[in-house]
Design a protein. Structure first.
Length: 201
């Protein structure tokens, strides 16, 4: 006996194709002041040569070049040669703070880092985004503020407009998109408070 024939699946009317919302041809082609493009080109040349090719412990040499391009670098503030900084003139680093290997400071807006803070390897500080509610995706540059005594562990991501309080620890690979209170340990994606940071004598 042959199996009964199954009825054909019901036919649904095809959905009308939705129009594409974002229109990249309407995006601003030059959202920065004209002189910024010249400064950025000069900085890229310096960053790719005398900055990146400098010895690992030549912290003073790299501070010198960052200050030449407008960065506010505190006493003994240090960067590794492989650090990438978009706009040095929008960067402030406090005394004795350290930016580790391959840190990406994508500072379309200002990035401020307090004193005695460690930004570990492969961290991304992203102070730039676009308004996705508008079809022309206008550029937005919310600042990032990182306090003093902070440790951002390897591969952390700090999003636009985020403030991280003093003495906070951000766990490895954490994605921080909201402000973090001082003296906490946060981790995860999105990052959440895990516990207070122990701070004995």
């Amino acid at each position: 006996m042959s199996p009964p024939e199954m009825p054909p699946p019901p036919e649904y009317p095809a959905e009308a194709p939705r129009p594409v919302f974002q229109q990249l041809d309407r995006c601003a082609t030059a959202p920065y002041p004209r002189n910024w493009y010249v400064r950025r080109l000069l900085w890229r040349l310096i960053q790719a040569t005398v900055f990146r090719c400098s010895p690992g412990r030549a912290y003073g040499w790299r501070r010198f070049w960052l200050r030449c391009f407008g960065a506010r670098m505190g006493k003994s503030a240090a960067t590794r040669p492989s650090v990438r900084i978009m706009h040095p003139w929008l960067l402030e680093v406090g005394d004795w703070s350290m930016l580790g290997a391959r840190v990406d400071v994508y500072n379309l807006g200002p990035v401020t880092i307090g004193a005695h803070t460690v930004i570990s390897q492969d961290v991304c500080l992203c102070a730039g985004t676009h308004d996705y509610t508008r079809p022309d995706l206008p550029l937005e540059r919310p600042p990032i503020h990182i306090g003093s005594g902070v440790w951002i562990c390897t591969r952390g991501f700090i999003g636009p407009g985020v403030t991280i309080g003093d003495n906070t620890v951000v766990g490895a690979c954490a994605v921080v998109v909201k402000d973090v209170p001082p003296g906490m340990v946060v981790a995860g994606n999105p990052a959440k408070v895990i516990k207070p940071r122990p701070m004995g004598d």
